[in-house]
Design a protein. Structure first.
Lengths: 367, 794
């Protein structure tokens, strides 16, 4: 696949690493897996691979909770599906892509859950031209990612599962229980048995849980993992820098990352999300999602502006304006909360001078 | 990692040779693998004596700890009173615990020595000398809530461990320790295990600064321990030494260099220091973990060592025990209405096995178990409420048991008395689960005795029992309640507090009596002395003449009118409750008389008291009036004269004036006109004076509300006061008027409203809301009030 894409699939982006890991992977692999669980762990959490030419470093792709990643890998090797839940922007989707790419070599076998998702999008539908000309047959069948996963023995990813109506979600139950999908129109040829290696990775936002709560029967077929926001500011800063670099590279923006500005943003997002400053002062949390992904987006917008309109340096005024746009989306009160944060925490930090002082002076833009 | 730990070059800095006369065995406190390998080593090495790291002033307690009737967790409790200021100028009292679990290598060393018929001894400095040789805020002088002698902070908080966590993909020191030592270590030979532990401890020690080891007492302690080892080697052929792994290198160097400079031991009087055996709990053993003392999940690790010692092979010990715990967690979770199926358990077990394989661990440990439960038992987002299965698992692994000291020779008599009394009243003290008990006070003698026992334990500040409901005599409230509700729980703190009171008496009753006397000696105010009298009343403790005289002296010396007045209220309460509580206390009447006489003298001068203390004064006046009615009847004329003198004062606080007028009316109803005249005086005045009229009414109705009911004159005056007032002024007096009418019963308010309605020629229903308040709304209002009071601190 062509690499020059806005966001190439994980297996394309990290093809070299996957190839290397597969080549030197001596561990036991579950049937149909491309890598052993240990190698998948190294692929996601980073580490060294012993090669003929010496040790080769594999980059870390997921930060935060290593034990969670280990649990996810082992869950997927078993007979239960994996459900990743958590706040928006906590890298659930990225983790599910990494797991799929690491274990099966494919991360694109995906159902995107929406309110309009129907059962045929989950199971199968028909090519009506062929159906009319040939009648119900395999050629006329349009398999869903779930069906593809069962037939090939790979993972099917189900994004935003709780956006899908509950009765549609429940169509997964029989597939997950019996590992079989019946296509009645094909009569005796209509039984599709899942091949070893098949599993399902679902993701769900906890903020959306009230929309379509999963049934107990479906929950029982999944192991749940809660992906939490990054708790360590230093780590969050690293993620912002790394992701912004990647985005900049993809966007052909040849500009060095401003580490100090990334730190400002990491601290701002961390403190607003946690509702407490590093000095222990309580602050109001905005209702908007204060995820690391949002912070990356704000930072990327800022460097894009600097690249195309500015002098190639991060302008804090622009960063604050972007922050304003990211935080104050739905709730008017969020503007007041952001202003209050600048009036108290940022102003206090600005007393020592430096970048924080300049940052506090941008508070006038918060309108 | 295995390569680092197996680095023979580092480990060989301390030889482990069974043919040598001296064998140093390193341990981590409460570590089952250390215990397991130690027992194997003792059996193979066959020493003539076992020397153990521990303050040597507890040597006489070793037989108690290894007694066959003693059940663990138990601890040695050390205390030292620094009245000679040897530790610091602040002359503080110090205490610490040395807990022993079945998994403690120190306990297994003592036990094994007993089995082999060889002596075992503690070799560390006595507790007081450790403190003397430790700098402030270091070692055992750190300002932590609990002090444990078994301190592992050198091992658990080193920079080396941080690097290890990064390199080995573990989350914490405990996970690292479990994986590389507890689980992997049981499959090694003792020699290989000791080498690995030496390697870790030596690297840790080399990273610790000399200054740190000097200030936290490490050097002084190691010198003393080396001295004792050298002495033992002169007496015995083969000496096995069990110390924390961190000390092994220091001790070995001192002995091999022969340059031991043991600190000089101080001669401390016997009454200033000591140690006792005491029952300890798993819960506390785990809580100590927060202070880097020992390991978490103590009950689980106790089951591990028991299993290791009783089986022939360590194979599958961890796998089986974690599976047991998984099943127990599932059962308990199901009981809490969170369904966990067999399929969930199977899935959890599969996950645990998979994780241990992925992590390179030979068997499943606690961290794999926690991961298994996290993934399979929690359905949905992991939150505080959905994490109940993890809480259950944590509790099960921690354990709820409390130990027992089998040999009572060295047990403080107060603890023996506590256990006997608990047995007598059938209180559950064998675990740390809180128990609720209802105590009927007046139906049986046993109920009253139990109440007194619980009040005594509360008085000694043992944290054993807290009264949740019942008569609150300390605040003179809820006297009509006939039962008490208590919550009690035995923790090591209870035993520790009782040990602290050892010098106060042989029984709990004696200790309470001594403490009451001590309290009285510290008190200067009548009200505080009266509170001690209330304590004694509740505890059923009769004070001796000398203490009674002491109260007498406090009353005489106290010049604070309000303190004496409140004291009078308490003594009056005790006097009136004597028969009901079956506790005869002939002294109360004397104190009542004494307080009354003191108050009468000062009473006339109190009429112009500051308005914020007026309510307190009115309350005292009511008490005095009540006493003249039923206890000191002969004092009524004196009291009446004092009230009259008060009314004659030029400057009077209006509510006090109202209360005094009401009391005079109560004594003699013909004085009604005086009250009417006073009220008219307020009505004739300016707006400011009229406002004071509201205060007057508040005081008047507080002491004689029937004055308004006998005829309409007061009601008309009240009506006039309200109707003639501007709206804003009315709002100002409204709180006082509301308070004034709060003394009336609902039916009296109804009648009053009817009369007022007639004055204004309107129907009663037009001015009085008759709609009943919903009960739930009323309860909600009360709760809201309480919350507000809590927030504003009243």
């Amino acid at each position: 696949m062509e690499k020059n894409l806005i966001k190439p699939p994980v297996e394309v982006r990290y093809a070299d690493e996957l190839e290397l890991l597969a080549k030197y992977d001596n561990g036991k692999r579950p049937e149909n897996w491309k890598l052993s669980p240990k190698a998948v762990r190294t692929f996601i959490l980073g580490g060294k691979v012993k090669t003929d030419e010496g040790n080769v470093e594999i980059s870390r792709k997921f930060y935060g909770n290593d034990a969670l990643v280990e649990r996810c890998i082992i869950t997927l090797a078993g007979n239960r599906g994996l459900m990743l839940v958590g706040e928006p922007g906590t890298a659930k989707t990225m983790l599910s892509e990494l797991l799929s790419a690491g274990c099966c070599g494919v991360s694109t076998n995906t159902v995107q859950g929406t309110a309009g998702t129907t059962e045929d999008m989950i199971k199968y539908s028909w090519n009506y031209a062929l159906l009319l000309s040939k009648g119900p047959c395999r050629d006329a069948l349009v398999p869903s990612p779930l069906l593809v996963g069962m037939e090939k023995g790979i993972f099917a990813r189900f994004e935003e599962i709780t956006r899908t109506p509950a009765e549609i979600q429940d169509s997964l139950i029989s597939v997950m229980s019996d590992q079989i999908l019946n296509i009645p129109e094909l009569a005796d040829d209509g039984f599709v048995f899942a091949r070893p290696g098949f599993n399902i990775i679902g993701t769900a936002n906890t903020r959306d849980k009230g929309v379509n709560e999963m049934s107990g029967a479906l929950k029982r077929r999944f192991n749940f993992e809660t992906v939490e926001p990054v708790k360590d500011v230093r780590l969050e800063k690293q993620i912002i820098i790394r992701e912004a670099q990647n985005l900049a590279k993809a966007g052909h923006i040849d500009m060095p990352v401003d580490v100090d500005a990334a730190e400002l943003l990491a601290v701002t997002y961390h403190e607003l999300r946690e509702g407490i400053t590093d000095k222990g002062t309580r602050i109001d949390k905005p209702s908007a999602v204060m995820s690391t992904a949002e912070a990356v987006s704000v930072y990327y917008q800022t460097i894009s502006h600097a690249w195309y309109y500015g002098d190639g340096q991060v302008d804090l005024n622009v960063m604050t304006e972007n922050l304003l746009g990211a935080v104050c989306k739905e709730n008017k009160d969020d503007l007041e909360k952001l202003k209050s944060y600048f009036r108290t925490a940022v102003k206090e930090k600005g007393k020592v001078g430096g970048l924080w002082k300049k940052y506090s002076e941008t508070a006038k833009l918060l309108k | 990692m295995e390569k680092i730990l197996g680095n023979s070059e580092i480990a060989e800095m301390i030889p482990f040779d069974l043919s040598e006369r001296l064998l140093l065995f390193p341990v981590r406190h409460h570590s089952p693998v250390c215990s397991y390998q130690l027992v194997r080593t003792i059996n193979e090495y066959k020493p003539d004596i076992v020397l153990i790291e521990g303050p040597e002033n507890a040597n006489n307690l070793i037989p108690v700890l290894t007694d066959e009737n003693t059940k663990l967790p138990s601890a040695v409790y050390y205390y030292y009173k620094d009245s000679k200021k040897l530790v610091s100028e602040s002359a503080e009292d110090y205490k610490c615990y040395y807990p022993f679990l079945y998994s403690s290598p120190e306990y297994n060393a003592m036990k094994q020595a007993k089995i082999l018929g060889i002596p075992s001894e503690f070799i560390d400095l006595p507790y007081c000398d450790i403190l003397i040789n430790t700098a402030e805020q270091k070692g055992l002088r750190k300002n932590t809530e609990k002090h444990s002698y078994a301190d592992d902070s050198h091992l658990t908080q080193s920079k080396f461990y941080e690097k290890i966590c990064e390199e080995t993909n573990v989350r914490s020191f405990d996970e690292f320790w479990e994986k590389y030592f507890e689980i992997a270590g049981i499959f090694l030979t003792p020699e290989k295990f000791v080498k690995q532990l030496h390697t870790y401890c030596i690297i840790t020690r080399l990273e610790t600064s000399e200054d740190e080891m000097k200030t936290d007492g490490t050097f002084a302690r190691e010198s003393h321990m080396s001295q004792r080892i050298t002495e033992a080697m002169q007496k015995y052929e083969k000496v096995l030494v069990v110390t924390g792994g961190f000390h092994s290198l220091g001790i070995y160097k001192l002995i091999s260099d022969g340059k031991i400079k043991s600190p000089k031991l101080r001669k401390i009087p016997e009454n200033l220091h000591g140690c006792y055996p005491m029952a300890y709990s798993y819960e506390s053993a785990d809580a100590l973990h927060g202070y880097a003392s020992g390991m978490s999940f103590p009950y689980f690790y106790d089951t591990v060592i028991n299993k290791l010692l009783e089986s022939n092979s360590p194979e599958n010990v961890y796998n089986n025990l974690t599976l047991d715990l998984l099943v127990q967690t599932a059962k308990q979770t199901n009981k809490k209405d969170i369904p966990v199926s067999i399929a969930d358990i199977t899935s959890a077990k599969t996950l645990m096995d998979g994780l241990s394989a992925l992590r390179g661990s030979r068997e499943c440990g606690m961290y794999e178990l926690f991961d298994g439960v996290t993934s399979t038992f929690i359905k949905g987002e992991k939150t505080i409420s959905s994490s109940l299965p993890l809480d259950i698992l944590r509790k099960l692994a921690t354990g709820k048991g409390v130990g027992f000291i089998g040999d009572k020779t060295h047990v403080p008599p107060l603890i023996t008395d506590f256990e006997e009394q608990s047995k007598k009243f059938r209180l559950k003290i064998k675990d740390v689960i809180p128990n609720d008990i209802e105590v009927p006070l007046f139906t049986t003698q046993k109920g009253m005795e139990l109440s007194r026992f619980l009040h005594r334990m509360e008085f000694l500040e043992t944290d054993f029992a807290i009264m949740k409901k019942g008569p609150d005599l300390h605040n003179n409230k809820g006297r009509s309640r006939v039962r008490e509700e208590w919550r009690y729980k035995r923790t090591p703190n209870v035993d520790a507090s009782l040990i602290d009171h050892t010098t106060d008496g042989f029984t709990i009753e004696e200790a309470c009596s001594t403490m009451a006397v001590k309290k009285l000696h510290d008190e200067m105010r009548c009200v505080s002395a009266a509170q001690v009298a209330v304590d004694c009343f509740l505890m059923g403790i009769t004070l001796k003449k000398t203490e009674l005289d002491l109260i007498d002296e406090i009353l005489t010396a106290d010049g604070d009118f309000f303190s004496v007045g409140k004291g009078l209220g308490f003594f009056e309460m005790l006097y009136s409750l004597q028969a009901l509580y079956g506790f005869t206390d002939f002294s109360s009447l004397d104190y009542i008389r004494q307080c009354f006489e003191k108050l009468i003298i000062s009473l006339p001068s109190m009429v112009n008291v500051a308005s914020e203390r007026a309510d307190e004064l009115i309350s005292i006046l009511k008490s005095m009036y009540s006493i003249t009615g039923n206890i000191l009847t002969s004092e009524l004329p004196v009291f009446e004269q004092a009230l009259i003198t008060m009314t004659q004062s030029a400057d009077k606080e209006p509510s006090v004036y109202g209360a005094v007028s009401g009391l005079l009316y109560a004594v003699d109803s013909s004085r009604r006109t005086d009250a009417e005249t006073a009220m008219r005086g307020y009505l004739m005045g300016s707006t400011e004076i009229k406002k004071k009229g509201a205060e007057f009414l508040k005081g008047l109705f507080c002491t004689a509300r029937d004055i308004i009911l006998s005829d309409d004159s007061f009601l008309q005056m009240t009506d006039k006061l309200i109707t003639e007032m501007e709206y804003d002024d009315f709002l100002e007096i409204l709180p006082s008027m509301r308070l004034a009418f709060s003394y009336f019963t609902p039916s009296e308010i109804q009648d009053t409203a009817k009369s007022v309605a007639e004055f204004h020629s309107v129907e009663k229903k037009d001015i009085l809301s008759t709609q009943a308040v919903d009960e739930n709304m009323f309860v909600f209002g009360e709760e809201l009030d309480m919350e507000i009071c809590k927030i504003i601190g009243i």
